[in-house]
Design a protein around this ligand. Structure first.
Ligand code: RTP
Ligand code: MG
Length: 155
């Protein structure tokens, strides 16, 4: 038995409107649960345009930014906070490459998509952005303090 060396982090994971419409919510939550991460927040909502713009503010100069914001507000999304050691990088591995055609089979985008503009799910790209996005999308009282008793089975 060995100690976990990865820092415990939180990632903002969001199932995009296409993922919700296609009925992939349960499948996606299952993958994160079975991996061993802890769910600390979860809600279905219609994203306001201003928050979608703020969420992707780093991309505002990109040609696809207006279309990206339209996509995110085109229907309800499921926002989640997942916590665990190394969850930022691990979630991005579970999610797969931005362009689903380049994403490996077995990843969420690799299994369920064919274009960047409909790529099913978002995952934070750094611990700092994770905390920024969690603060953007969740109010304090919406997050739940609890401990998933996975030790020693997974950790
Ligand atoms: P996300 O932030 O949604 O998890 O995606 P990501 O890190 O894999 O990719 P990012 O560069 O942050 O881009 C955000 C989202 O913009 C759309 N996109 N379209 N048409 C294009 O070339 C293009 N590039 C990016 C995708 O929906 C991408 O997830
Ligand atoms: Mg990104």
């Amino acid at each position: 038995f060995f100690a976990v060396t990865q820092a415990v982090e939180r990632s903002y994971i969001m199932i995009k409107p296409d993922g919700v419409q296609r009925g992939l919510v349960g499948e996606i939550i299952t993958r994160f649960e079975q991996k061993g991460f802890s769910l600390k927040g979860l809600k279905l909502f219609q994203a306001p345009k201003e928050l979608a713009e703020e969420h992707y503010t780093e991309l505002q100069e990109k040609p696809f930014y207006p279309e990206l914001v339209k996509y995110i507000v085109s229907g309800p999304v499921v926002g989640m906070v997942w916590e665990g050691p190394g969850v930022i990088a691990s979630a991005r591995k579970l999610i797969g490459a931005t362009n689903p055609l380049n994403a490996e089979p077995g990843t969420i985008r690799g299994d369920f998509g064919i274009q960047s503009g409909r790529n099913v799910i978002h995952g934070s790209d750094s611990p700092e952005n994770g905390e920024r996005e969690i603060a953007l999308w969740f109010k304090e009282g919406e997050l739940v303090e609890w401990t998933r008793t996975i030790k020693p089975w997974i950790i």
